[in-house]
Write a protein that binds this ligand. Structure first.
Ligand code: MRU
Length: 317
């Protein structure tokens, strides 16, 4: 089953807020519904929200409203993942060619995500096996960069799947990923479906698990990679990169090329989404800084693996 799809002129998507308890399919017919679904993380993960943005512009065009205004609402729904703005702009560029051209471009982005995804995962597994030959590789991951963050298969979890298929996978350690538990709820659910051995840990145990030698490599996705190679991903990624560097294990980022944002010079220039303090569970009124993403400096990244290339160091262009 796909995380997000285009069915009979509307969007179908798994409601990720209901997992792992219930597998519920949303049917989305308007941009207003879609923006709410993206904001509350029913649809989440950089590739999935890019595809959602593309299909959202198609919905706007089919519904005959003010497509440019609705596209602006989609773009603003989540600011950090560059795929959202990238996909919205690509589809919007077809507006002058008519509604069918808009729908065709959106569906192309949907299908292209699947093609690129497969290439990223094969390349990611190749890289890990070249670094860690002749062993079953224990992978450490954060948040959810699985099928639920894409259309199908996934980035970090797609790499895991390819390693498993090549009989080169040990087990997976996954951070719970506070405060919304994308790791404990979503990644654990996906790994169970895949039949892969996995262990969930609290976020603050990540460095200790790495220092104890329980994992051989950290593999994550990203929401944006800037021109200097800085990696913007779910809050809690940066500490894992520090721990991996200290332990001397690879820190690998698996992404489609569209996540590379050459127009933004560095991580410090990226708008980092801040979410509702209520998500942290402190008493009402407690001052809270709920940063949704962090920046891993380029020098801590062993490799960025995309659908087209494996990048070691700078520059990215
Ligand atoms: O806030 P989320 O759940 O959308 O954050 C998602 C992540 O940080 C993923 O790691 C990232 O999007 C890469 S998945 C292809």
């Amino acid at each position: 089953m796909r995380t997000i799809d285009w069915t009979g002129g509307h969007i179908t998507a798994i409601d990720q807020t209901q997992l792992p308890g219930d597998l519920v399919t949303l049917r989305i017919h308007t941009v207003g519904e879609l923006v709410l679904a993206i904001k509350r993380l029913s649809i989440r993960g950089s590739s999935a929200i890019g595809v959602a943005g593309a299909l959202g512009v198609a919905l706007a065009a089919l519904n005959g409203g003010d497509v440019r205004a609705e596209a602006a609402q989609l773009r603003a729904a989540r600011p950090t993942a560059v795929n959202l703005a990238w996909a919205v702009d690509k589809v919007l560029a077809k507006l002058d060619e008519g509604v069918q051209a808009v729908v065709d471009e959106a569906v192309f982005i949907l299908e292209d995500d699947v093609r690129r995804n497969r290439a990223v995962c094969e390349r990611g597994a190749d890289f890990l096996q070249s670094r860690l030959p002749d062993k079953k590789i224990n992978v450490h991951t954060h948040c959810n960069a699985g099928a639920l963050a894409c259309v199908e298969m996934g980035m970090a979890l797609g790499v895991v799947q390819v390693l498993r298929d090549r009989d080169a996978l040990g087990e997976v350690y996954l951070d719970e990923t506070r405060p919304l538990l994308q790791g404990a709820r979503l990644t654990a659910w996906e790994l169970a479906q895949m039949g892969v051995k996995h262990t969930v840990i609290v976020d603050s145990a990540g460095a200790t698990v790495i220092a104890r030698g329980l994992t051989d490599a950290v593999v994550v996705g990203a929401d944006r990679i800037t021109a200097n190679g800085d990696v913007v991903n779910k809050i809690g990624t940066y500490p894992l990169a520090l721990a991996a560097a200290r332990a001397g294990i690879p820190f690998v980022v698996a992404v489609p090329e569209s996540v590379i944002d050459l127009a933004t010079p560095d991580g410090a220039s990226v708008h980092i989404e801040q979410r509702d303090p209520a998500e942290l569970g402190a008493p009402a009124g407690t001052p809270a800084l709920n940063l949704a993403f962090d920046v891993t400096p380029a020098d801590l990244v062993t490799a960025i693996v995309t659908d087209e290339r494996t990048i070691h160091g700078k520059p990215l262009g």
